[in-house]
Design a protein around this ligand. Structure first.
Ligand SMILES: [Zn+2]
Ligand SMILES: [Zn+2]
Length: 401
C-alpha cells in the first residue's frame, strides 16, 4: 500500500509499504477513507520534536472501514465505518478506566503518550497517512460512526476537535467566562468552538495569520493579530485591564523562527535566557537552518498566557511541548494564584460525545477543513502546509481514490 513514511528530518516520502495485518487478538485493521496532516507532524519533519524512527508511517488522524478484526475485538465487524482516535489506550488499565487514555499503562508503559505516527517515545506505532492502519486495541480506539456524520466531519473528530474540547474542559470554561485562545490553527479554532459550547461569554483569539484569524472570527471570536499590535496590551484593553478568566494555549513550542512584529522586542531577551536553560538534545540536521533545536525553542505563547490571564484565572495547555522544555514563569503564575492544567488529549474519552454533537447538527466541524488532497499529492501538501500558505490551514488526505 501507499504510505507517507518518515526517513529523516526534512525527508519524508510516499513509499510502498507492506499492508498492515492483525498481529494481536485485540487488533483491528482499518482501510482508511480519510486522513489528515496535523501541525504535530511538522514538528517531526522539521526536527523540533526528536526521536522519530526511520520507516515509521506518519499521521495520527484517520477515518475508515474496518477490514479485519482479531478475536478479542467484540464490538466491531468488517464493514463498520469508524473514526480512529489519535492516542492509543488499552481500555482496561486504571488510567484508561479513569478517562486518562493518553496515560495508558499498557500501550506506553515507559510513561508518555502512545499515539499513531509518533516518535519512539510514543511507541513508534505506524500512522494513518496510508491506505490502511493496524489499530491496537481496535475495540477501544475505533469508534463507530453513524451514517449522518460524513468523512470530512469525522476526520476532525479523530484529533483536533477532541483536543480543542479537552482544552476548554481543562481551562474550566463555564457560563459567562471571558476566554482567550492563543493560536488560531485548527486546534485553536476547535478550542474557540468548544469554549462556545461550554457557554463562554466572550472569546478572544490571538494569532498572526490573517486567514486563520478569519476562521476564528467566523466562529465568534474577537481577534488579535500579534504582528500588528502587542497582544498583552490589546488583551488588557479589550478586557478592561482585568484579563481573560480562562486561557487556552493551543500553540505549544514554536516551530519557526525568527519572530517579527511588535511582539518580537518584548521577548527577545527572555527567549535567549530560556533557550540557554533548557537541556539540549543532540542537534538534528535542520534543512534550512531556520528551525529551533529540540527543546531550544521559546515558549512565547505560554508566557503571554501567564502575563495576560486575570488573577486567579486558569490556563490550559494543549499545545505540544517536548519533554526537553524546562522553562516556565512559575513565580509570576504563583503570585497571581493561577490554576494550570495541561496534557495530551484523552481522545477516546471525548470522541463518542463529539460524534453525538456533530450528528445533532450543533457543530459542523468540516468548516475548519480548508483543503482536500489525494494521498499521492501528500508530500506536496506537506510543503504547502509547512509554509503555512493561505488556505492550507487543515489538510485532509484521501487515501482511497
Ligand atoms: Zn493532530
Ligand atoms: Zn490503558
Amino acid at each position: 500500500m501507499k504510505a507517507v513514511v518518515f526517513h529523516a528530518v526534512g525527508d519524508i516520502r510516499l513509499d510502498d509499504v507492506p499492508d498492515p495485518k492483525v498481529q494481536q487478538p485485540s487488533d483491528a485493521v482499518v482501510k482508511l477513507t480519510a486522513s489528515a496532516i496535523c501541525g504535530t507532524d511538522l514538528h517531526f519533519v522539521r526536527g523540533t520534536m526528536a526521536g522519530m524512527k526511520p520507516g515509521t508511517v506518519l499521521g495520527h488522524e484517520g477515518v475508515g472501514i474496518v477490514e479485519e478484526v482479531g478475536g478479542d475485538v467484540r464490538n466491531l465487524r468488517p464493514g463498520d465505518r469508524v473514526v480512529v482516535g489519535s492516542t492509543i489506550g488499552c481500555g482496561f488499565c486504571s488510567y484508561c478506566r479513569a478517562g486518562y487514555y493518553a496515560q495508558c499503562d499498557t500501550t506506553e508503559p515507559a510513561g508518555g503518550t502512545a499515539f499513531f505516527g509518533g516518535p519512539e517515545a510514543a511507541g513508534a506505532y505506524d500512522g494513518m497517512q496510508a491506505e490502511a492502519v493496524r489499530v491496537p486495541f481496535g475495540g477501544i480506539n475505533c469508534v463507530k460512526l453513524p451514517d449522518e456524520v460524513t468523512d470530512d466531519q469525522a476526520i476532525m473528530i479523530s484529533d483536533i476537535f477532541p483536543t480543542g474540547f479537552f482544552g476548554a474542559k481543562l481551562a474550566e470554561v463555564s457560563r459567562g467566562d471571558t476566554v482567550c485562545v492563543f493560536g488560531a490553527g485548527p486546534v485553536g479554532i476547535f478550542a474557540v468552538i468548544s469554549a462556545r459550547l461550554e457557554g463562554a461569554g466572550r472569546i478572544l483569539c490571538v494569532d498572526r495569520h490573517p486567514d486563520r484569524l478569519d476562521l476564528a472570527r467566523e466562529q465568534g471570536a474577537e481577534t488579535v493579530n500579534f504582528d500588528e499590535e502587542d497582544p498583552i496590551d490589546a488583551i488588557a484593553r479589550l478586557t478592561g485591564g482585568i484579563g481573560p478568566d480562562r486561557v487556552i494555549d493551543a500553540v505549544g513550542v514554536e516551530a519557526e523562527r525568527p519572530h517579527r512584529g511588535p511582539a518580537a522586542g518584548r521577548t527577545e531577551t527572555p527567549d535567549a535566557e530560556f533557550s540557554a536553560e533548557v537541556s539540549q538534545t543532540a542537534p538534528e540536521a535542520n534543512p534550512d537552518g531556520e528551525l529551533w533545536q529540540p527543546g531550544g525553542a521559546p515558549t512565547m505563547a505560554l508566557r503571554w498566557a501567564v502575563r495576560s490571564v486575570a488573577k486567579a484565572g486558569t490556563i490550559a495547555i494543549i499545545g505540544v511541548y517536548p519533554p526537553q522544555v524546562q522553562a516556565f514563569p512559575i513565580g509570576e503564575a504563583m503570585n497571581k494564584n493561577l490554576t494550570l492544567k495541561m496534557g495530551n488529549c484523552n481522545h477516546r474519552r471525548y470522541i463518542p460525545e463529539l460524534i453525538d454533537i456533530v450528528r445533532a447538527g450543533v457543530i459542523d466541524p468540516d468548516q475548519v477543513l480548508t483543503k482536500r488532497e489525494g494521498i499521492t499529492s501528500a508530500i506536496e501538501a506537506y510543503e504547502h502546509f509547512d509554509r503555512r500558505e493561505t488556505g492550507w490551514t487543515k489538510v485532509e488526505l484521501e487515501p482511497v481514490g
